[in-house]
Design a protein around this ligand. Structure first.
Ligand code: UDH
Ligand code: NGS
Length: 388
């Protein structure tokens, strides 16, 4: 009798506990609690600096999801089939965050199929597109690390054959983004017959891998929806951040201007060149052309260019005289690093590649004590591009 009673008590207790658990789970917000417990169990597994998520996760998937399926060590046989027109690895929105502590060695370990110089080919099919990424750079190593962390898997998911070039401006003279891109174009094309070039700011991380890094029939402005502009175009002719041109597009518009020293206007000039050369700006949809910008302030050595509006007003007259046909530079070094090709380049100043060394400020007459970046072009010390 006693044993039968305790059996019933046990059964009621068991059913009661089940009811309480079911009630808890069915309440609003149980998802959060369940994932909280799952995270506790998974704590020890967190291998990478960015949490693994599945491609379908709300708020974006892990950019490395699915890539471990790619097998290493395939020989690139001549009879390899073309990759499918739409890559089966594409997953849509990508979760982007910038955790502290990420190292280049970690990025390298996450990308075992990337070879010297930051080159990649799909291991199991012949890529349909060959894309070079050109990144103008100086003193932004911290941003570069994050860009590489996201860009490598992003491009692999699109089954592209690709190479990443970082064009590093040597010295401390005022930064010149557009001229560095001209250098990048020439140096990348010297190495391989790329069919598309992506000109990519170092601080912009793509948030959707349906934003294909291939060229369109017209020059493409890819960074159409940035978080800092509320995921909208700031103005209709905006062409900044990330753009994509085929070699033919690039040469048709005589490349980019060489004479925008400092911040601003060069991207607008490039946008104007597109239409002056008889082309249109193509764009992805606002849904896929999304980018997160790594927040930062204006760099030292990249002051706002006070001449930019005057220069922009003259693009129609200058674009054929200044660009790829006049670009002058000296490659200081070329390094085939594990995750990218670094090209350090002397692009000189407004006064040429080897301007006469400036005397120390104390020895100069007062009138000559302007900072180099603020010097204007006089007829005597003619800047090749602006004073013709
Ligand atoms: N860049 C460098 N080093 C520099 C300057 C620029 O690597 O010292 C490169 C880098 O790839 C960067 C790109 O040039 O992403 C564009 O420069 P930027 O990021 O400074 O330009 P952006 O317009 O930001 O994105 C400017 C910050 C606020 C400017 C406010 C002016 N009113
Ligand atoms: C325009 C600049 C562009 C610049 C854009 C966005 O005003 O070079 O703002 O700037 N054009 C001129 O100054 C003529 S941002 O908000 O990213 O700092 O890209």
């Amino acid at each position: 009798m006693v044993t039968l009673q305790s059996k019933w008590r046990f059964l009621f207790m068991f059913l009661g506990i089940q009811l309480v658990v079911m009630a808890l789970l069915s309440r609003e917000g149980y998802h959060k609690r369940v994932s909280y417990f799952i995270r506790i169990f998974r704590k020890g597994e967190a291998a990478g600096p960015v949490r693994n998520r599945t491609a379908a996760a709300p708020g974006g998937g892990d950019v490395y999801a699915n890539l471990s399926q790619l097998s290493r060590g395939h020989d690139h046989a001549d009879d390899m089939p073309y990759c499918p027109k739409t890559s089966p690895l594409i997953g849509g929105p990508i979760h982007v965050s910038f955790p502290s502590g990420l190292t280049l060695a970690q990025v390298q370990r996450k990308n075992p199929l990337v070879v010297s110089g930051g080159r990649y080919r799909p291991p199991d099919c012949e890529a349909r597109h060959r894309t070079a990424i050109i990144i103008p750079h100086r003193h932004r190593e911290h941003h570069l690390k994050f860009l590489l962390y996201y860009l490598h898997p992003f491009l692999q998911r699109q089954q592209l054959s690709y190479g990443i070039y970082v064009i590093h401006q040597a010295g401390n003279y005022t930064f010149n983004r557009a001229k560095l891109m001209n250098v990048g174009f020439r140096e990348a094309m010297r190495e391989e017959d790329w069919d598309c070039l992506f000109f990519h700011d170092v601080d912009l991380i793509p948030e959707d891998d349906r934003n294909l890094y291939v060229c369109d029939a017209n020059p493409k402005h890819a960074a159409i929806a940035m978080d800092k502009f509320g995921y909208k175009l700031p103005y209709k002719m905006y062409f900044g951040g990330v753009s994509a041109l085929s070699p033919l597009h690039y040469l048709k518009m005589n490349g980019f201007p060489n004479n925008y020293w400092g911040w601003g206007g060069e991207d607008d000039d490039i946008g104007v060149r597109v239409s002056l050369a008889g082309m249109f700006i193509s764009r992805p949809s606002l849904k896929v052309g999304r980018y997160k910008m790594i927040k930062h302030k204006l760099d030292k050595g990249n002051d706002v260019n006070p001449k930019r509006f005057n220069m922009l007003a003259k693009t129609r007259q200058t674009w054929k005289m200044d660009g790829m046909n006049t670009v002058e530079y000296e490659v200081v070094s070329r390094d085939y690093l594990p995750l990218y090709t670094n090209i350090t380049v002397n692009i000189g100043t407004e006064s040429g590649l080897h301007p006469p060394a400036q005397k120390p400020a104390a020895e100069k007459p007062a009138a000559a004590q302007k900072p180099a970046a603020a010097q204007t072009c006089s007829r005597k010390s003619c800047c090749r591009e602006t004073c013709s």
